[in-house]
Design a protein around this ligand. Sequence first.
Ligand code: NAD
Length: 509
Amino acid sequence: MKASKPKASSSTTTKHNYLNLIGGHWQPAAGGATFKNRNPADTSDLVGTFPASTVKDVDAAVRAAREAFKTWRLTPAPKRAEILYRTGTLLAERKEEYARLMTREMGKVLDETRGDVQEAIDTAFYMAGEGRRMFGQTTPSELQSKFAMSVRMPVGVIGMIAPWNFPMAIPSWKLFPALVCGNACVIKPAEDTPLSTLNLVQTLMDAGLPPGVVNIVFGFGPEAGAPLVEHPGVDAVSFTGSSEVGRMVGQTAAGLFKPCSLEMGGKNAMIVMDDADLNLAVEGALWGAFGTTGQRCTATSRILLHKKIAGKFTRELVKAAEKLRVGNGLNDGVQMGPQVNQQQVETSERYIKIAREDGATLETGGKRLTGKAHANGYFFAPTIFSGVKSKMRIAQEEVFGPVVALLEFKSFEEAVEIANGISYGLSTSIYTRDVNRAYRAMRDLEAGITYVNAPTIGAEVHLPFGGVRKTGNGHREGGTTALDFYTTWKAVYVDYSERLQRAQIDTGE
Ligand code: NAD
């Protein structure tokens, strides 16, 4: 298959009616149904209308991917990588445009959506480099005149299901390593953020990706996501989202013997020791808890405070949270955007009630913002609970909103016990000036990520990303670890002795 020349961004839309991409053709859902994508900061702003796909569309997309895989797998990896490199360059040119559209469709502030596009750019360049690495291994054979090596092979067609909170970055973590490894892909973006994933795929096409190598089907989980997991033409599934849906996806994939990567929720703890730089810790807590309106899988949702500094820290954090400017992320000076939809606001409201009933103290926030500036959006006040005990639901369950729980401890050992005493295991952090304690935290915190003197958010694309327990099922995205999911190892033996040599039986002399 010959890659077409890069060209300017081509149209995928008529008057914001966006279409699925199947086999290189933009097309409506077979059943003709659509859904609307609205701005969560101003629901009167219609971002676009997208196809509500069903099993028929998924089937067409998987068939297109299977066909394209035949030639894509034979395209040399350095050539595949060149397309990713061009994609990175084009994304850099379009960064501002795509960031603005992303803020419109999911609400986070412009600085953060620029960061989301940047993450896709970084991933493109990193994975482009893999086109000339993707190292295998050689090893001596136990037999004479025999060569032994292991090589990475593409898996085939990958079904990808993404959440809405990093609508370009997360799809790029899935698509770019999958592509450089020689796989074809079908992606179903989250229903709240279809446009950013479309922009990413459009950029890949503009960079010269052959038709059918990536296909997008828009739509809802049960109608479009589930058939993708079940489809016999899909060889592996990469899912990011909630642990509840991840469990269903994983169970289905297991029954079909499909490799399945699950990246799911978190209940991430920041530990603040009595020797910490308190100003730095408060600043980190504010960013970790309320960045992306608390809607990050790595959000700082529990802050564990040494009892000696708990009072001061709490006062400072409350003061800083109350000063945060909440509003439309496109406006200058706004620091926190809306929640993504009505359902997320209701989840926050539900947990406010639960935390109060369980005996936690509401320090600030705890309610939807409904003033004039907030009337048309899903705005929620930055919320802090103190006096939280580790068994309370607010300290155990993911809220995925701007709600943080403060807990107190008396010793480092107790802090680690509280931090580890949850069913998730994604990100952790410790603020301390004691280097020995920092290293003990790195060793003892049970999570996929540990930060020292930084909040629980801020992953970089060339390191492994993922977690333990209910957060993940053992795979990692990011860095070279991503290649482990998107390739399958093949052991190759070449016997040049010109005689039959039997492993474990002949001596090899
Ligand atoms: P979600 O689980 O509701 O949805 C995720 C995706 O799954 C969406 O595309 C949705 O349409 C699809 N889906 C829903 N039902 C399905 C089904 N039955 N079969 C197949 N697909 C289905 O999650 P969300 O609300 O979009 O995202 C928030 C969650 O994602 C949080 O729990 C957050 O922690 C998690 N998350 C994890 C990571 C990570 O890397 N660990 C990153 C971002 C978000």
